[in-house]
Design a protein around this ligand. Sequence first.
Ligand code: NDP
Length: 433
Amino acid sequence: MQRDPQQSEFLEAVNNFFGTITPVLEKHPEYIKANLIERLIEPERAFQFRVPWVDDEGNVQVNRGFRVQFNGSIGPYKGGLRFHPSVNLSIVKFLGFEQVLKNSLTGLPIGGGKGGSDFNPKGKSDGEVMRFIQSFMTELQRHIGPDIDVPAGDIGVGGREIGYLYGQYRKIRGYQPGVLTGKGLSFGGSLARTEATGFGLLYFTQALLQDQGEDLNGKRIKVSGSGNVAIYAIQKANELGATVLTASDSNGFVYDPNGIDYTIVKQIKEVERGRIKEYADRVISAEYHEGSVWDFDLTYDVALPCATENEIGKDQATRLASNGATVVNCGSNMPCTPEAVQVFHETNVLLGPAKAANAGGVAVSALEMSQNSERLSWTFEEVDQRLEKIMQDIYTQSAEAAKEYGFGKDYLAGANIAGFKKVAEAMLAQGVI
Ligand code: NDP
Protein backbone atom coordinates (compact mmCIF):
# COMPACT_ATOMS: atom_id res chain seq x y z
CA MET A 1 0.00 0.00 0.00
CA GLN A 2 2.75 2.48 0.99
CA ARG A 3 4.54 1.60 -2.23
CA ASP A 4 1.97 3.34 -4.44
CA PRO A 5 0.52 6.31 -2.53
CA GLN A 6 -0.51 7.99 -5.81
CA GLN A 7 -2.68 5.08 -7.01
CA SER A 8 -5.90 6.48 -5.59
CA GLU A 9 -8.42 4.24 -7.39
CA PHE A 10 -6.46 1.11 -6.50
CA LEU A 11 -6.11 2.18 -2.86
CA GLU A 12 -9.84 2.94 -2.70
CA ALA A 13 -10.67 -0.58 -3.92
CA VAL A 14 -8.23 -2.22 -1.50
CA ASN A 15 -9.43 -0.12 1.45
CA ASN A 16 -13.07 -1.07 0.68
CA PHE A 17 -11.97 -4.69 0.81
CA PHE A 18 -9.99 -4.30 4.06
CA GLY A 19 -13.03 -2.80 5.76
CA THR A 20 -14.91 -6.09 5.41
CA ILE A 21 -12.37 -8.86 5.77
CA THR A 22 -11.29 -8.76 9.44
CA PRO A 23 -13.84 -11.33 10.73
CA VAL A 24 -12.61 -13.83 8.13
CA LEU A 25 -9.00 -13.36 9.22
CA GLU A 26 -9.99 -13.81 12.86
CA LYS A 27 -11.58 -17.16 11.97
CA HIS A 28 -8.67 -18.23 9.74
CA PRO A 29 -5.30 -17.51 11.38
CA GLU A 30 -3.68 -19.67 8.68
CA TYR A 31 -4.45 -16.88 6.16
CA ILE A 32 -2.50 -14.41 8.30
CA LYS A 33 0.39 -16.83 8.80
CA ALA A 34 0.68 -17.26 5.01
CA ASN A 35 0.58 -13.46 4.59
CA LEU A 36 -2.27 -13.93 2.11
CA ILE A 37 -3.51 -10.36 2.18
CA GLU A 38 -0.19 -8.80 1.24
CA ARG A 39 0.18 -11.37 -1.53
CA LEU A 40 -3.41 -10.82 -2.72
CA ILE A 41 -3.01 -7.06 -3.23
CA GLU A 42 0.23 -7.38 -5.21
CA PRO A 43 -0.40 -8.29 -8.88
CA GLU A 44 1.48 -11.37 -10.09
CA ARG A 45 2.78 -9.18 -12.93
CA ALA A 46 1.99 -5.95 -14.78
CA PHE A 47 3.00 -4.91 -18.28
CA GLN A 48 3.17 -1.36 -19.58
CA PHE A 49 4.06 -0.71 -23.20
CA ARG A 50 4.35 1.88 -25.96
CA VAL A 51 1.64 1.87 -28.65
CA PRO A 52 2.71 3.92 -31.69
CA TRP A 53 0.25 4.34 -34.58
CA VAL A 54 -0.38 6.62 -37.56
CA ASP A 55 -3.48 8.85 -37.69
CA ASP A 56 -5.46 9.81 -40.81
CA GLU A 57 -3.30 12.92 -41.34
CA GLY A 58 -0.14 10.83 -41.37
CA ASN A 59 1.04 11.93 -37.90
CA VAL A 60 2.61 9.40 -35.56
CA GLN A 61 0.70 9.15 -32.28
CA VAL A 62 1.89 7.39 -29.13
CA ASN A 63 -0.38 5.85 -26.50
CA ARG A 64 0.34 3.76 -23.45
CA GLY A 65 -0.85 0.15 -23.15
CA PHE A 66 -1.34 -1.91 -19.97
CA ARG A 67 -2.09 -5.47 -18.93
CA VAL A 68 -2.14 -6.50 -15.28
CA GLN A 69 -2.22 -10.25 -14.54
CA PHE A 70 -3.44 -9.96 -11.01
CA ASN A 71 -4.13 -13.44 -9.67
CA GLY A 72 -4.15 -16.75 -11.54
CA SER A 73 -4.68 -19.12 -8.64
CA ILE A 74 -8.10 -20.37 -9.78
CA GLY A 75 -7.67 -20.18 -13.56
CA PRO A 76 -6.27 -18.20 -16.50
CA TYR A 77 -6.24 -14.41 -15.97
CA LYS A 78 -9.53 -13.01 -17.27
CA GLY A 79 -10.79 -9.45 -17.50
CA GLY A 80 -11.54 -6.69 -19.97
CA LEU A 81 -9.57 -4.08 -21.88
CA ARG A 82 -10.58 -0.43 -21.41
CA PHE A 83 -9.80 2.29 -23.99
CA HIS A 84 -10.38 5.69 -22.40
CA PRO A 85 -8.13 8.75 -21.88
CA SER A 86 -8.33 8.30 -18.08
CA VAL A 87 -6.70 4.84 -18.14
CA ASN A 88 -3.53 4.53 -16.04
CA LEU A 89 -1.87 1.87 -13.90
CA SER A 90 -3.96 2.73 -10.83
CA ILE A 91 -7.25 2.26 -12.69
CA VAL A 92 -6.12 -0.98 -14.31
CA LYS A 93 -4.95 -2.33 -10.92
CA PHE A 94 -8.21 -1.35 -9.20
CA LEU A 95 -10.22 -3.09 -11.93
CA GLY A 96 -7.91 -6.12 -11.87
CA PHE A 97 -8.16 -6.48 -8.08
CA GLU A 98 -11.97 -6.33 -8.20
CA GLN A 99 -11.94 -8.81 -11.08
CA VAL A 100 -10.11 -11.43 -8.98
CA LEU A 101 -12.92 -11.48 -6.40
CA LYS A 102 -15.67 -11.15 -9.02
CA ASN A 103 -14.39 -14.07 -11.09
CA SER A 104 -14.11 -16.19 -7.98
CA LEU A 105 -17.76 -15.44 -7.14
CA THR A 106 -18.95 -16.77 -10.52
CA GLY A 107 -17.87 -20.26 -9.41
CA LEU A 108 -16.07 -20.70 -12.76
CA PRO A 109 -12.32 -21.50 -13.13
CA ILE A 110 -11.03 -18.03 -14.02
CA GLY A 111 -8.37 -15.85 -12.41
CA GLY A 112 -8.39 -12.05 -12.55
CA GLY A 113 -6.69 -9.53 -14.83
CA LYS A 114 -7.41 -6.24 -16.59
CA GLY A 115 -5.83 -4.01 -19.21
CA GLY A 116 -6.33 -1.19 -21.65
CA SER A 117 -4.94 2.03 -22.97
CA ASP A 118 -5.29 5.81 -22.63
CA PHE A 119 -6.32 5.83 -26.32
CA ASN A 120 -9.59 7.73 -26.86
CA PRO A 121 -11.71 6.01 -29.54
CA LYS A 122 -14.20 8.92 -29.59
CA GLY A 123 -14.08 10.83 -32.87
CA LYS A 124 -11.55 8.44 -34.42
CA SER A 125 -12.16 6.89 -37.83
CA ASP A 126 -12.47 3.11 -38.25
CA GLY A 127 -9.03 3.11 -39.88
CA GLU A 128 -7.46 4.94 -36.92
CA VAL A 129 -9.07 2.58 -34.41
CA MET A 130 -7.84 -0.41 -36.42
CA ARG A 131 -4.26 0.87 -36.76
CA PHE A 132 -4.08 1.69 -33.07
CA ILE A 133 -5.40 -1.78 -32.17
CA GLN A 134 -3.02 -3.56 -34.50
CA SER A 135 -0.11 -1.84 -32.77
CA PHE A 136 -1.58 -2.55 -29.31
CA MET A 137 -2.05 -6.26 -30.07
CA THR A 138 1.39 -6.61 -31.63
CA GLU A 139 2.76 -6.19 -28.10
CA LEU A 140 -0.12 -7.70 -26.08
CA GLN A 141 0.00 -11.02 -27.98
CA ARG A 142 3.29 -11.91 -26.25
CA HIS A 143 1.51 -12.07 -22.91
CA ILE A 144 -1.89 -13.70 -23.58
CA GLY A 145 -3.29 -17.07 -24.71
CA PRO A 146 -6.36 -19.31 -24.23
CA ASP A 147 -4.85 -20.99 -21.13
CA ILE A 148 -2.81 -17.99 -19.97
CA ASP A 149 -4.76 -14.75 -20.10
CA VAL A 150 -8.04 -14.10 -21.95
CA PRO A 151 -8.99 -10.41 -22.38
CA ALA A 152 -12.49 -9.12 -23.23
CA GLY A 153 -14.17 -5.71 -23.69
CA ASP A 154 -14.84 -2.88 -21.25
CA ILE A 155 -15.40 0.87 -21.69
CA GLY A 156 -14.53 1.83 -25.28
CA VAL A 157 -13.98 -1.79 -26.34
CA GLY A 158 -17.02 -3.36 -28.01
CA GLY A 159 -17.63 -5.74 -30.91
CA ARG A 160 -15.69 -3.70 -33.49
CA GLU A 161 -12.60 -3.44 -31.29
CA ILE A 162 -12.65 -7.13 -30.29
CA GLY A 163 -12.84 -8.03 -34.01
CA TYR A 164 -9.72 -5.98 -34.82
CA LEU A 165 -7.91 -7.32 -31.74
CA TYR A 166 -8.63 -10.91 -32.72
CA GLY A 167 -7.68 -10.29 -36.37
CA GLN A 168 -4.23 -9.02 -35.40
CA TYR A 169 -3.70 -11.81 -32.86
CA ARG A 170 -4.59 -14.43 -35.49
CA LYS A 171 -2.28 -12.84 -38.06
CA ILE A 172 0.67 -13.18 -35.69
CA ARG A 173 -0.14 -16.36 -33.75
CA GLY A 174 -2.65 -18.30 -35.88
CA TYR A 175 -6.15 -19.60 -35.17
CA GLN A 176 -6.89 -19.44 -31.42
CA PRO A 177 -10.47 -18.24 -30.85
CA GLY A 178 -10.17 -18.92 -27.11
CA VAL A 179 -7.72 -16.03 -26.68
CA LEU A 180 -10.40 -13.31 -26.47
CA THR A 181 -14.05 -13.26 -25.48
CA GLY A 182 -16.85 -11.02 -26.70
CA LYS A 183 -16.05 -12.11 -30.27
CA GLY A 184 -18.49 -11.84 -33.17
CA LEU A 185 -20.78 -14.82 -33.71
CA SER A 186 -19.13 -15.63 -37.04
CA PHE A 187 -15.73 -16.29 -35.41
CA GLY A 188 -16.32 -18.06 -32.12
CA GLY A 189 -18.41 -15.62 -30.07
CA SER A 190 -21.14 -16.76 -27.71
CA LEU A 191 -24.78 -15.87 -28.08
CA ALA A 192 -25.93 -13.66 -25.18
CA ARG A 193 -22.41 -12.32 -24.40
CA THR A 194 -23.35 -8.83 -25.62
CA GLU A 195 -26.40 -8.80 -23.36
CA ALA A 196 -24.80 -10.64 -20.43
CA THR A 197 -23.70 -7.87 -18.06
CA GLY A 198 -26.95 -5.91 -18.37
CA PHE A 199 -29.18 -9.00 -18.23
CA GLY A 200 -27.13 -10.39 -15.32
CA LEU A 201 -27.52 -7.13 -13.40
CA LEU A 202 -31.29 -7.49 -13.61
CA TYR A 203 -31.24 -11.18 -12.64
CA PHE A 204 -29.19 -10.19 -9.58
CA THR A 205 -31.63 -7.36 -8.82
CA GLN A 206 -34.59 -9.71 -9.13
CA ALA A 207 -32.95 -12.21 -6.72
CA LEU A 208 -32.21 -9.44 -4.20
CA LEU A 209 -35.75 -8.04 -4.37
CA GLN A 210 -37.35 -11.48 -4.08
CA ASP A 211 -35.31 -12.10 -0.93
CA GLN A 212 -36.99 -8.95 0.51
CA GLY A 213 -40.45 -10.28 -0.52
CA GLU A 214 -40.70 -7.96 -3.57
CA ASP A 215 -39.97 -8.13 -7.30
CA LEU A 216 -39.19 -5.96 -10.30
CA ASN A 217 -42.72 -5.76 -11.66
CA GLY A 218 -43.92 -2.15 -11.49
CA LYS A 219 -40.62 -0.78 -10.14
CA ARG A 220 -39.32 2.62 -11.30
CA ILE A 221 -35.62 2.52 -12.17
CA LYS A 222 -32.92 5.12 -12.77
CA VAL A 223 -30.11 3.95 -15.08
CA SER A 224 -26.91 5.87 -15.83
CA GLY A 225 -24.82 5.26 -18.94
CA SER A 226 -25.96 4.31 -22.43
CA GLY A 227 -23.28 1.82 -23.40
CA ASN A 228 -23.15 -1.94 -23.48
CA VAL A 229 -24.18 -2.52 -19.86
CA ALA A 230 -26.89 0.16 -19.75
CA ILE A 231 -28.62 -0.81 -23.01
CA TYR A 232 -29.21 -4.43 -22.06
CA ALA A 233 -30.03 -3.57 -18.46
CA ILE A 234 -32.84 -1.38 -19.81
CA GLN A 235 -34.04 -4.17 -22.12
CA LYS A 236 -34.20 -6.79 -19.35
CA ALA A 237 -35.76 -4.36 -16.86
CA ASN A 238 -38.59 -3.77 -19.36
CA GLU A 239 -39.03 -7.50 -19.92
CA LEU A 240 -39.34 -8.01 -16.16
CA GLY A 241 -42.09 -5.39 -15.88
CA ALA A 242 -40.11 -2.38 -14.60
CA THR A 243 -39.94 1.12 -16.10
CA VAL A 244 -36.53 2.70 -16.73
CA LEU A 245 -36.79 6.48 -16.56
CA THR A 246 -33.29 7.67 -17.52
CA ALA A 247 -30.16 6.99 -19.58
CA SER A 248 -27.00 9.14 -19.77
CA ASP A 249 -23.56 9.73 -21.21
CA SER A 250 -20.64 11.86 -20.10
CA ASN A 251 -22.37 15.06 -21.28
CA GLY A 252 -25.88 14.68 -19.90
CA PHE A 253 -28.95 12.49 -19.54
CA VAL A 254 -32.45 11.91 -20.89
CA TYR A 255 -35.56 11.49 -18.75
CA ASP A 256 -38.60 9.82 -20.24
CA PRO A 257 -41.58 9.41 -17.88
CA ASN A 258 -43.06 6.84 -20.30
CA GLY A 259 -39.97 4.64 -20.00
CA ILE A 260 -36.78 4.61 -22.07
CA ASP A 261 -37.01 2.60 -25.30
CA TYR A 262 -33.77 0.59 -25.40
CA THR A 263 -34.02 0.01 -29.16
CA ILE A 264 -33.64 3.74 -29.78
CA VAL A 265 -30.66 4.01 -27.39
CA LYS A 266 -29.11 1.02 -29.15
CA GLN A 267 -29.56 2.62 -32.57
CA ILE A 268 -28.03 5.93 -31.41
CA LYS A 269 -25.09 4.50 -29.43
CA GLU A 270 -24.24 1.20 -31.14
CA VAL A 271 -25.10 1.91 -34.77
CA GLU A 272 -24.75 5.69 -35.22
CA ARG A 273 -22.16 6.17 -32.42
CA GLY A 274 -24.06 9.34 -31.48
CA ARG A 275 -24.86 11.10 -28.18
CA ILE A 276 -27.73 10.40 -25.78
CA LYS A 277 -29.01 13.94 -26.41
CA GLU A 278 -30.32 12.66 -29.75
CA TYR A 279 -32.84 10.45 -27.92
CA ALA A 280 -34.83 13.53 -26.94
CA ASP A 281 -34.87 14.67 -30.60
CA ARG A 282 -36.62 11.42 -31.51
CA VAL A 283 -38.96 10.77 -28.57
CA ILE A 284 -41.53 13.46 -27.82
CA SER A 285 -42.05 12.54 -24.15
CA ALA A 286 -38.30 12.68 -23.38
CA GLU A 287 -36.33 15.68 -22.10
CA TYR A 288 -32.54 16.18 -22.21
CA HIS A 289 -30.51 17.78 -19.40
CA GLU A 290 -26.80 18.54 -19.16
CA GLY A 291 -24.95 17.20 -16.11
CA SER A 292 -25.17 14.10 -13.94
CA VAL A 293 -28.33 12.02 -13.80
CA TRP A 294 -27.66 11.50 -10.06
CA ASP A 295 -28.21 15.24 -9.44
CA PHE A 296 -31.74 15.05 -10.87
CA ASP A 297 -34.68 14.64 -8.45
CA LEU A 298 -37.20 11.98 -9.28
CA THR A 299 -39.27 9.47 -7.30
CA TYR A 300 -37.98 5.99 -8.01
CA ASP A 301 -37.25 2.61 -6.40
CA VAL A 302 -34.03 1.15 -7.81
CA ALA A 303 -30.78 2.81 -8.97
CA LEU A 304 -28.61 1.01 -11.54
CA PRO A 305 -25.37 2.96 -12.16
CA CYS A 306 -23.96 1.63 -15.46
CA ALA A 307 -21.46 4.32 -16.56
CA THR A 308 -18.17 4.54 -14.65
CA GLU A 309 -16.34 4.64 -11.28
CA ASN A 310 -17.20 7.14 -8.53
CA GLU A 311 -20.26 8.50 -10.35
CA ILE A 312 -22.25 8.59 -7.06
CA GLY A 313 -20.70 10.67 -4.26
CA LYS A 314 -22.04 11.59 -0.83
CA ASP A 315 -24.47 14.27 -2.08
CA GLN A 316 -25.86 12.10 -4.84
CA ALA A 317 -26.29 9.21 -2.39
CA THR A 318 -28.20 11.44 0.02
CA ARG A 319 -30.43 12.64 -2.82
CA LEU A 320 -30.98 9.07 -4.01
CA ALA A 321 -32.21 7.96 -0.58
CA SER A 322 -34.47 11.00 -0.21
CA ASN A 323 -35.95 10.31 -3.67
CA GLY A 324 -37.23 7.01 -2.24
CA ALA A 325 -34.78 4.54 -3.80
CA THR A 326 -34.13 1.54 -1.56
CA VAL A 327 -31.77 -0.51 -3.75
CA VAL A 328 -28.57 0.39 -5.64
CA ASN A 329 -27.08 -2.35 -7.80
CA CYS A 330 -23.81 -1.59 -9.53
CA GLY A 331 -23.56 -2.25 -13.26
CA SER A 332 -20.41 -0.14 -13.51
CA ASN A 333 -17.30 -0.92 -11.49
CA MET A 334 -16.98 0.96 -8.15
CA PRO A 335 -19.63 3.60 -9.04
CA CYS A 336 -20.11 4.70 -5.42
CA THR A 337 -17.47 6.54 -3.39
CA PRO A 338 -16.79 5.28 0.17
CA GLU A 339 -18.77 8.31 1.49
CA ALA A 340 -21.75 7.31 -0.66
CA VAL A 341 -21.58 3.74 0.65
CA GLN A 342 -21.63 5.17 4.19
CA VAL A 343 -24.81 7.12 3.38
CA PHE A 344 -26.44 3.91 2.12
CA HIS A 345 -25.60 2.16 5.41
CA GLU A 346 -27.11 5.01 7.41
CA THR A 347 -30.31 5.19 5.33
CA ASN A 348 -30.83 1.40 4.95
CA VAL A 349 -30.43 1.50 1.17
CA LEU A 350 -29.38 -1.99 0.02
CA LEU A 351 -26.23 -2.06 -2.13
CA GLY A 352 -25.42 -4.81 -4.64
CA PRO A 353 -21.67 -4.33 -5.23
CA ALA A 354 -20.19 -4.45 -8.73
CA LYS A 355 -18.16 -7.58 -8.17
CA ALA A 356 -21.44 -9.44 -7.60
CA ALA A 357 -24.05 -7.48 -9.57
CA ASN A 358 -22.09 -7.04 -12.82
CA ALA A 359 -20.41 -10.46 -12.89
CA GLY A 360 -22.74 -11.65 -15.67
CA GLY A 361 -20.40 -10.43 -18.41
CA VAL A 362 -17.38 -12.32 -17.25
CA ALA A 363 -19.52 -15.36 -16.42
CA VAL A 364 -20.74 -15.59 -20.02
CA SER A 365 -17.19 -14.90 -21.20
CA ALA A 366 -16.16 -18.02 -19.30
CA LEU A 367 -19.03 -19.88 -20.99
CA GLU A 368 -17.66 -18.59 -24.33
CA MET A 369 -14.28 -20.11 -23.40
CA SER A 370 -15.99 -23.46 -22.69
CA GLN A 371 -17.77 -23.37 -26.07
CA ASN A 372 -14.49 -22.51 -27.84
CA SER A 373 -12.74 -25.46 -26.13
CA GLU A 374 -15.56 -27.83 -27.10
CA ARG A 375 -15.88 -26.26 -30.57
CA LEU A 376 -19.61 -26.02 -29.97
CA SER A 377 -22.13 -23.16 -29.89
CA TRP A 378 -24.89 -23.19 -27.32
CA THR A 379 -28.28 -21.59 -28.01
CA PHE A 380 -29.16 -18.12 -26.68
CA GLU A 381 -31.68 -19.70 -24.28
CA GLU A 382 -29.11 -22.17 -22.93
CA VAL A 383 -26.56 -19.43 -22.21
CA ASP A 384 -29.22 -17.11 -20.79
CA GLN A 385 -30.53 -19.81 -18.43
CA ARG A 386 -27.02 -20.54 -17.17
CA LEU A 387 -26.46 -16.81 -16.67
CA GLU A 388 -29.64 -16.44 -14.63
CA LYS A 389 -28.67 -19.38 -12.40
CA ILE A 390 -25.12 -18.01 -11.92
CA MET A 391 -26.47 -14.58 -10.90
CA GLN A 392 -28.93 -16.13 -8.44
CA ASP A 393 -26.07 -18.18 -6.94
CA ILE A 394 -23.89 -15.07 -6.65
CA TYR A 395 -26.66 -13.28 -4.79
CA THR A 396 -27.18 -16.25 -2.45
CA GLN A 397 -23.44 -16.64 -1.73
CA SER A 398 -23.08 -12.91 -0.98
CA ALA A 399 -26.17 -12.81 1.24
CA GLU A 400 -25.18 -15.95 3.15
CA ALA A 401 -21.57 -14.83 3.71
CA ALA A 402 -22.80 -11.43 4.96
CA LYS A 403 -25.12 -13.17 7.43
CA GLU A 404 -22.53 -15.73 8.57
CA TYR A 405 -19.92 -13.06 9.38
CA GLY A 406 -22.32 -10.69 11.15
CA PHE A 407 -22.75 -8.12 8.36
CA GLY A 408 -26.56 -8.42 8.07
CA LYS A 409 -27.61 -7.24 4.61
CA ASP A 410 -24.23 -5.72 3.75
CA TYR A 411 -23.80 -7.48 0.40
CA LEU A 412 -20.54 -5.62 -0.28
CA ALA A 413 -19.02 -7.36 2.73
CA GLY A 414 -20.68 -10.64 1.76
CA ALA A 415 -19.36 -10.54 -1.83
CA ASN A 416 -15.85 -9.64 -0.65
CA ILE A 417 -15.84 -12.50 1.82
CA ALA A 418 -17.33 -15.15 -0.48
CA GLY A 419 -15.00 -14.16 -3.36
CA PHE A 420 -11.95 -13.95 -1.12
CA LYS A 421 -12.40 -17.31 0.60
CA LYS A 422 -12.19 -19.34 -2.60
CA VAL A 423 -9.10 -17.46 -3.82
CA ALA A 424 -7.52 -17.76 -0.36
CA GLU A 425 -8.00 -21.53 -0.26
CA ALA A 426 -6.46 -21.91 -3.73
CA MET A 427 -3.48 -19.70 -2.82
CA LEU A 428 -2.93 -21.54 0.44
CA ALA A 429 -2.99 -24.93 -1.27
CA GLN A 430 -0.46 -23.81 -3.89
CA GLY A 431 2.21 -22.72 -1.40
CA VAL A 432 4.25 -19.52 -1.41
CA ILE A 433 4.41 -18.65 -5.09
P1 NDP B 1 -19.38 1.55 -22.79
O1 NDP B 1 -18.15 2.19 -23.29
O2 NDP B 1 -20.18 0.70 -23.71
O3 NDP B 1 -20.35 2.64 -22.15
C1 NDP B 1 -19.94 3.46 -21.11
C2 NDP B 1 -21.04 4.47 -20.81
O4 NDP B 1 -20.69 5.22 -19.65
C3 NDP B 1 -21.24 5.47 -21.93
O5 NDP B 1 -22.58 5.88 -21.93
C4 NDP B 1 -20.31 6.61 -21.49
O6 NDP B 1 -20.65 7.87 -22.02
C5 NDP B 1 -20.54 6.60 -20.00
N1 NDP B 1 -19.34 7.15 -19.32
C6 NDP B 1 -18.06 6.72 -19.45
N2 NDP B 1 -17.24 7.49 -18.70
C7 NDP B 1 -18.03 8.39 -18.10
C8 NDP B 1 -17.79 9.47 -17.20
N3 NDP B 1 -16.55 9.74 -16.78
N4 NDP B 1 -18.87 10.20 -16.78
C9 NDP B 1 -20.12 9.91 -17.20
N5 NDP B 1 -20.40 8.92 -18.06
C10 NDP B 1 -19.38 8.18 -18.50
O7 NDP B 1 -18.91 0.70 -21.50
P2 NDP B 1 -19.65 -0.50 -20.78
O8 NDP B 1 -21.12 -0.29 -20.80
O9 NDP B 1 -19.08 -1.76 -21.28
O10 NDP B 1 -19.09 -0.33 -19.28
C11 NDP B 1 -19.73 0.50 -18.31
C12 NDP B 1 -19.26 0.11 -16.93
O11 NDP B 1 -19.57 -1.29 -16.70
C13 NDP B 1 -17.75 0.23 -16.68
O12 NDP B 1 -17.54 0.56 -15.32
C14 NDP B 1 -17.25 -1.18 -16.92
O13 NDP B 1 -16.04 -1.43 -16.24
C15 NDP B 1 -18.40 -1.98 -16.33
N6 NDP B 1 -18.48 -3.36 -16.78
C16 NDP B 1 -18.66 -3.65 -18.10
C17 NDP B 1 -18.79 -4.97 -18.49
C18 NDP B 1 -19.10 -5.36 -19.89
O14 NDP B 1 -19.35 -6.56 -20.12
N7 NDP B 1 -19.14 -4.45 -20.84
C19 NDP B 1 -18.64 -6.08 -17.52
C20 NDP B 1 -18.54 -5.64 -16.15
C21 NDP B 1 -18.43 -4.33 -15.83
P3 NDP B 1 -19.75 8.51 -23.20
O15 NDP B 1 -20.22 7.86 -24.45
O16 NDP B 1 -20.04 9.97 -23.13
O17 NDP B 1 -18.31 8.19 -22.86
